[in-house]
Design a protein around this ligand. Structure first.
Ligand SMILES: Cc1cc2nc3c(=O)[nH]c(=O)nc-3n(C[C@H](O)[C@H](O)[C@H](O)COP(=O)(O)O)c2cc1C
Length: 332
């Protein structure tokens, strides 16, 4: 019997769990068609950033004011308007052209850290045909004045504002650095999130010790990054009512099976596809099918969450016990 790979993610019926995560793939229609052909069940566009709206507004002010105001230093850190791959209007056109081209769901990605007029763009995403929105709240809270609660309260405000402005489902792409992750995950659900994407990947700059410069670099992930996702999917999935997607470190069919065993409904893949090309999806799909057939699983739902911590009466004690055991296991 051929196993049934369908899964429900954000209320959408997907033909399998493999979703192309937010990435440059959405810049290229030919690549998107190839991804669908190879088996992708949905595609997330690269993000549209709140900073792009600020740039547009500043450009407007610049045109209408004669004083020649100078931008703040912080503003000068960001890319210039023309450096973004898709401006806001182009972004909406891209949603429309992807909807015309593809049969699989198209998920638009909105990326910001403070409540602002950019949130209104969610409505335009919906009007352009997006099937869902992935809201990315990427930020590094560096200010000594900012406490953890303030950061999370602001995030929940943003989620509520976006969710209330659209009729399509909204997923939130999270950072792994929240103090009480499960509590925050459930607060996001209560604020209307239809799904959680675990996790954002933080791009950490390196130091060049010759000329003492900070060097930004983008290194693709590897399977070792999956472990953080497995841990939190296992902890959160017994409590979550919304959909869960794993994002980060899925490079093999085995990785994807682990993510489903931990409780994921959707598996987002980016680095592996950038490395090996869209056809790699067939390797992932075949590997998943073979594993399921060998074990007699007829649907993904049958084993989803089978290794989460649902039956563990005290996950915190379980994790701490493992931590102590691992440290004690080393001998020199
Ligand atoms: C080149 C590149 C561009 C990306 N652009 C975005 C983006 O615009 N928005 C976003 O939420 N994530 C973006 N991501 C992050 C991915 O969606 C994904 O979360 C991350 O790469 C981890 O998945 P992976 O291990 O399969 O690569 C990007 C990743 C890469 C490599």
């Amino acid at each position: 019997m051929i196993p049934n790979l369908t899964t429900r993610y954000l209320g959408l019926e997907l033909r399998n769990p493999f979703i192309v995560g937010a990435s440059p793939f959405s810049d290229n229609l030919t690549s998107c068609a190839a991804l669908e052909e190879a088996g992708a069940s949905a595609i997330v566009l690269r993000s549209l950033f709140a900073e792009q709206f600020e740039l547009e507004q500043r450009a407007l002010v610049h045109h209408t004011e004669t004083s020649g105001e100078s931008f703040s230093e912080a503003a000068s850190y960001f890319p210039r308007y023309e450096e973004y791959q898709l401006g806001p209007d182009q972004y909406l056109r891209r949603i429309k052209s992807l909807k015309k081209l593809l049969r699989i769901p198209v998920i638009a990605s909105l990326n910001g850290r403070e409540l602002g007029s950019w949130v209104g763009c969610a409505q335009q995403f919906e009007d352009s045909g997006a099937d869902a929105i992935e809201l990315n709240l990427y930020q590094l809270a560096t200010s000594p004045e900012l406490d953890a609660d303030q950061v999370e309260v602001e995030m929940l405000h943003i989620v509520r504002a976006v969710v209330s402005s659209v009729n399509i489902p909204v997923a939130v792409k999270l950072s792994p650095f929240h103090t009480t992750m499960t509590n925050f995950a459930l607060a996001l659900e209560q604020s209307g999130a239809a799904g959680l994407v675990l996790f954002n990947r933080f791009y950490q700059p390196d130091f060049n010790i010759e000329d003492l410069e900070v060097v930004p670099h983008l290194k693709l992930s590897d399977s070792s990054e999956l472990l953080l996702r497995l841990r939190w999917l296992s902890i959160i999935s017994p409590h979550a009512k919304s959909s869960l997607a794993c994002s980060g470190g899925v490079h093999t069919a085995e990785d994807s099976i682990k993510a489903i065993l931990a409780g994921a409904h959707g598996i987002q893949v980016v680095s592996a596809l950038l490395k090996h090309g869209p056809a790699f999806l067939t390797v992932l799909l075949n590997g998943l099918r073979t594993w399921m057939t060998e074990r007699g699983y007829v649907s993904v739902e049958e084993f989803r969450g089978a290794m989460n911590l649902k039956r563990c009466p005290d996950p915190a004690a379980h994790e701490r016990a493992n931590y102590i055991r691992i440290l004690q296991s080393w001998r020199v």
